[in-house]
Structure formats: C-alpha cells, structure tokens
Ligand binder design. Sequence first.
Ligand SMILES: [Fe+2]
Length: 264
Amino acid sequence: MNATQYVARKPDTNGVIHYSDEENAIWHTLIERQLACVKGRACDEYVAGLARLALPHDRIPQLDDINRVLEPATGWQVNRVPALISFDRFFELLANRRFPVATFIRSREELDYLQEPDIFHELFGHCALLTNPAFARFTHTYGQLGRDASPQDRGFLARLYWFTVEFGLLNTPSGHRIYGGGILSSPGETRHVFESDLPEFRPFNILDVLRTPYRIDIMQPVYYVLDSIDDLFAIAEMDIMAEVQKARGLGLFAPTFPARQDAS
Ligand SMILES: [Fe+2]
C-alpha cells in the first residue's frame, strides 16, 4: 500500500482539533455539494440521522460533538485514528462500537476522488447511519466477527462490508435509496448509481455478496440491494461465518470489471 500523503490532526490539551481556514472551507464545499447531490437519493434513515447529527457547514466538526449524538442513540462513538490503521485495530475498534475516523480532510486537488477515507467520508458518509439501530447492530457484529477471523476469512468479510456499509442500497417504493457511505460521500458514485445505466443491481444475498470481487478504484459495476435497513438486523443474526466457509468452498465469481493495469 502506498504511504499516505495525509497526516491526521491531533487535538490540543483541551481536546480540540484546530483546522485551518482552508480545511474548513473544503469541508464547506464538500458538505454543501454532497447535500444537494444526495437529496431525494439517500434513504430516510440516513436523512433522519443527519438531522440528529446537525453537522456544521462552515467548519469541520469536533469528534466530541458527534459522540454526544451517537452515544445516547446506539452506544457508538467515533474514535480518532491515524490515516491508516491495521486490520487488527480496525476490527477491534468496531467490536467495541468505536468507528475509526482519521482526522484529516482531503486537499482541493482530490475533492472528487481519494482512496483514503478522510473525515468527510467518515462523518458525512457513515455517522448518520450509526444512529440507526439496525446499521449500528450490524456494524458491531461485523467488528466482532472480523476481530476473531483469520486473515483469509477477513478477505471474505471485507466484501460483506463493501457491499453494505460502503456501497449498500435499499429498495423503496420510490426507487433505490442509498445507505452506503462510499456512495453518500461521493458525487461521482451517486450520479453513477442514479444517472447511469452501467451498474447492475442485484438483490442482496449474503453468499453472493461474499463471493463478489470488487475494486476500490473504479465506479462500482455491481450493487447489492436490501429491501429495508432493518434487514441488517436479520443479517447480523445469521451465522455469517458459516456463509464465509461456504463462500470459500465455492470460490469467487468472475470479476465483471477489467483487471488493474498498474497491478504489480
Ligand atoms: Fe467508509
């Protein structure tokens, strides 16, 4: 993995992180643009969670402000981390209802696309849904399973996370609605879902999800669609690791995307 160019910001002795005017201006640009982009496209549960968070538009929020909403809602908190953390640390945090947030924001040059999740992606993309009991429960269960899983099984679990927490969609009477933070925090991915006829939408089936390869550096060719956010309760109740073992036995589906040209 390439070394990050970003450095997560540390708080002062009062626990406050001081961001520059330019960093706060980037947050302002991102939140205004993305609120317009996901209007009518984000799921109702996300919209409700966002209202509870009441994110500021003119500055990057402090993590304590997020925790004052999350903790009483579902017992979750956000946890400040460096830009990149190990899988061990990632799963350990989720297993303890701590959502990792790297406290840096992307540069203007990477406004539309960056591979490392920044504070805008984590707070705007994920934290609103962490107020939702089904999403919160699923993410907690996922962390517990990942913490105890082998590296190979973690590879399968990563696909479950990818096609739910990051790129999940819901079926509603009005059409698809987004709950995945990778879509919610990306204008390009949002337009790709709603304005392109390229993606394939498949009904959520856990075994299929676990067997579906993905690339992190392209618009997704495949999305898996739940009928309700509350389906995440039922998925959390499933014997997910038994499904992982089945997926291991069956192997991955053939990719629907070209191989990376720069793969080495
Ligand atoms: Fe994410």
